[in-house]
Design a protein around this ligand. Structure first.
Ligand code: CP
Length: 352
């Protein structure tokens, strides 16, 4: 178990951590979850400490799990709306008296608090893939306190932690678990890739048998796919890609269908910044929805996961997401949402 190696670290991407370190975080999350269930208070762990949270995008789960988590740990979380501060901007993208250079924001906040957490993807970086992750790294370069990624345009590392903790709880471990991450239709074409990318990174890191399913045109970042291949080889799991929704669900223990954007939405050179092309790809695949028929193809004890928010009636049928108890397959989407709280408390306890 690695514990001291985590102190003071940024949490920007799961790929910055070894499997042993990730397992330490999961162990800590399980401890904190069990203790909270028994009424044990954690309010001395980060007593009087401050987390600054900058949200460029909307949030229900992330904001409230970090904020509640800091309260439970004895500290406080500040919600910062970028439009109500001087919007942190990269060098060269500043606008007089409206923005403030990231290096300046980072160095001011690190004099006052104990960690900085940021969510940024999509419109705030004009769909320049990797632009938001680069901004988080710039914060980390200038900040002497840990910087936490609350979802950028490449990674959603806390969501992925909650996903694997949920799998561990439901199946007692990872060996032999068939994990299917699939695209699903949504009327919105503006959904980032971070959730599926983090999900498959963690699942392959943990040695699961991982299938990524999506229609053509919904490919994920080639560098992430290459990392998944490497993790699968190292951990003794597997990683394959399918363009067939139903086939990908056969025998799956974990069924995780959700929408993400198509490649043309991104700025060149990754995409073409073409929303019409993106919409056309979406419109061809309205049948990629998780129904009870989908779940019937999976293992009889399968779990349904979704990071939420979900588009009911499009990504998933109501009678799938709402079937939260047995017999047979069940929806674990709300257990997964709760686990955001426990994994984030674990990471904050270990790094702050
Ligand atoms: N899953 C997730 O990150 O939810 P929010 O967008 O509500 O934070």
């Amino acid at each position: 178990m690695k514990t001291r190696s985590l102190r003071g670290r940024d949490f920007l991407a799961e790929t910055d951590f070894t499997r042993e370190e990730i397992e330490t975080i999961l162990d800590a999350a399980e401890d904190l979850k069990r203790e909270r269930a028994r009424g044990v208070l954690h309010d001395q762990i980060l007593r009087s400490k401050t987390l600054f949270m900058i949200f460029y995008n909307q949030s229900l789960r992330t904001r409230n799990s970090f904020e509640a988590g800091m309260t439970q740990l004895g500290g406080h979380a500040h919600y910062l709306d970028p439009d109500k501060i001087y919007t942190p901007a990269m060098e060269g993208r500043e606008v007089a008296y409206s923005t403030e250079r990231v290096s300046d924001v980072a160095r001011v906040l690190d004099r006052m608090g104990d960690a900085i957490a940021i969510r940024c993807y999509g419109d705030p970086v004009d769909w320049e893939y990797g632009g938001a992750h680069a901004m988080l790294k710039e914060f980390a370069r200038w900040s002497d306190i840990p910087v936490l990624n609350m979802e950028d345009d490449v990674y959603h590392p806390f969501q992925g932690l909650a996903d694997v903790l949920t799998v561990k709880e439901k199946f007692g471990g990872f060996k032999g678990v068939k994990f299917t991450m699939s695209w699903a239709y949504s009327p919105s074409i503006h959904k980032p890739r971070a959730v599926p990318q983090s999900a498959i990174l963690y699942a392959t890191m943990m040695g699961m048998q991982v299938t990524l399913a999506h229609p053509k045109g919904m490919e994920l970042d080639p560098a992430i796919l290459a990392q998944c291949e490497q993790y699968a080889a190292t951990a003794g799991g597997s990683f394959k890609i399918s363009n067939d929704f139903n086939a990908a669900m056969e025998g799956a223990h974990v069924v995780y269908p959700k929408a993400w954007c198509a490649t043309p939405i991104f700025q060149p050179p990754v995409g073409e910044h073409d929303t019409k092309k993106t919409q056309a790809i979406f419109d061809q695949h309205k049948d990629w929805i998780c129904t009870t028929d989908t779940m019937a193809r999976a293992d009889k004890n399968a779990i349904y996961l979704h990071c939420l928010p979900c588009d009911r009636g499009y990504e998933v049928a109501n009678d799938v997401i709402d079937k939260t108890s047995g017999p047979g397959w069940t929806s674990a989407a709300f257990d997964e949402a709760e686990n955001r709280l426990h994994v984030q408390k674990a990471v904050m306890s270990l790094v702050m």
